[in-house]
Design a binder for this molecule. Sequence first.
Ligand SMILES: NC(=O)c1ccc[n+]([C@@H]2O[C@H](COP(=O)([O-])OP(=O)(O)OC[C@H]3O[C@@H](n4cnc5c(N)ncnc54)[C@H](OP(=O)(O)O)[C@@H]3O)[C@@H](O)[C@H]2O)c1
Length: 303
Amino acid sequence: MQFDLTNIPNQNDKIAMITGASSGLGQAVACSLAQIGCTAVLACRSLEKAEQAKHNMMQALPHAAIDTLSIDLSAMDSVRSAAATFKKQYSRLDILVNNAGIMYPSFTLTSDGFESQLATNSLGHFLLTALLIDAMPDQSSSRITWVSSLAHRTGKIHFKDLHMVSNYSKAAAYSQSKLACLMYTIELDRRLKMAGKKIISNAAHPGAVRSNLSRNMSPWLMTALEYTLLPLITHSTQSGSVPILQASLSLESPGGQYYGPQGFFELKGPSGLAKIAKQALNKAHLIKLWQVSESLTGAHFDL
Ligand SMILES: NC(=O)c1ccc[n+]([C@@H]2O[C@H](COP(=O)([O-])OP(=O)(O)OC[C@H]3O[C@@H](n4cnc5c(N)ncnc54)[C@H](OP(=O)(O)O)[C@@H]3O)[C@@H](O)[C@H]2O)c1
C-alpha cells in the first residue's frame, strides 16, 4: 500500500527530533511532522538558522509545537551536550530523524580527528542515537530514521584508513558516510530485535533533490546542470521527504527497511522500498563498523 501522510493518525503526544532542520529535506520533514501534531525539535548547528526555520514554519502552522536545539554533529562534545540538554527538557523521544549532512567538502579532520563527512553524516548521528535511545519508549511507533543516499551504492568502508588521510576523495568519502548510515540502520535493527525491543530503525533516501547540499560543487557546473539535467532528474524537497516520513511513520514497517523513490533509478517518484547495495549487508563488516564507531565515539548502546 502506498504511504499517505493523511492516513497517519494525529501524533499530538509525540516528540520528534530532526537534525539539520534549518533547510532542505530536514525542514520539509520537520514541517510535515509538526503538521500531524508532533512536537518538532529542530536540531541545528546554527541556532539563528534554526530560529528562522521555526519562524517560517510558524507562519504556515501557527499552532504547531516547534522547538530548537543547538548541535554540531561534526563535534562529539557538542553531540553529547545537545543530548544532555534535550533530556533535561523532555522526558521522552519518539522519532529521531538523523538527517543532517554535508557533501564534497575539501579534506578536513574535525577536532576529534575524524574526516568531516564521516563525522557529520555518520559518527555524530551514531553517538546521538546511542545517547538518546534510552529516552525512546519501547514501542513500534518509536523510530530512528537514518538518511542515506543513492551514493551508498558506490560506497566502500575504508577500514584501513577510515578517515581517508592517505587518499582522500570527496565523492568516495561521501559515499562511505552514506553507506555507514545504511549499515548502522541494519545493524541497529538486528541488535534491537535480538534484545527483544520494539523500537524501529529504518533508513531512507530522497532520490535527487535540489538543496544547499551541492554548495561545495563548482558553481559553473551547477549552473550548466540547472539548465539541462536537473529539471529532468530532480524533484522537490517536499516530495523527496516522503521516503523519510515513510520510514519514520509507516505503521506497516517491520524495521530494518530502506525507503526511497520508485521512479527511474530511484531518482524521484512515489515512495516505496529501495534497493540496498550488497556491501551494506556484509555481516562481518556490519559488526566491524559498529565496533569501530563505538570505539571512536565512545558510544554505548544500552539495549
Ligand atoms: N539533496 C539530495 O539530493 C540528497 C540526496 C541523497 C541524500 N541526501 C541527504 O539528505 C540529507 C539532507 O540534505 P539536504 O539535501 O536537505 O541538504 P541541505 O539543505 O544542505 O541540508 C543539510 C542540513 O544539515 C545541516 N548540517 C550540516 N552540517 C552540520 C553539522 N555539522 N551539524 C549539524 N547540522 C549540520 C545543515 O545546516 P546548515 O544550514 O547550518 O548548513 C542543513 O540544515 C543529507 O544527509 C544528505 O546527505 C540528499
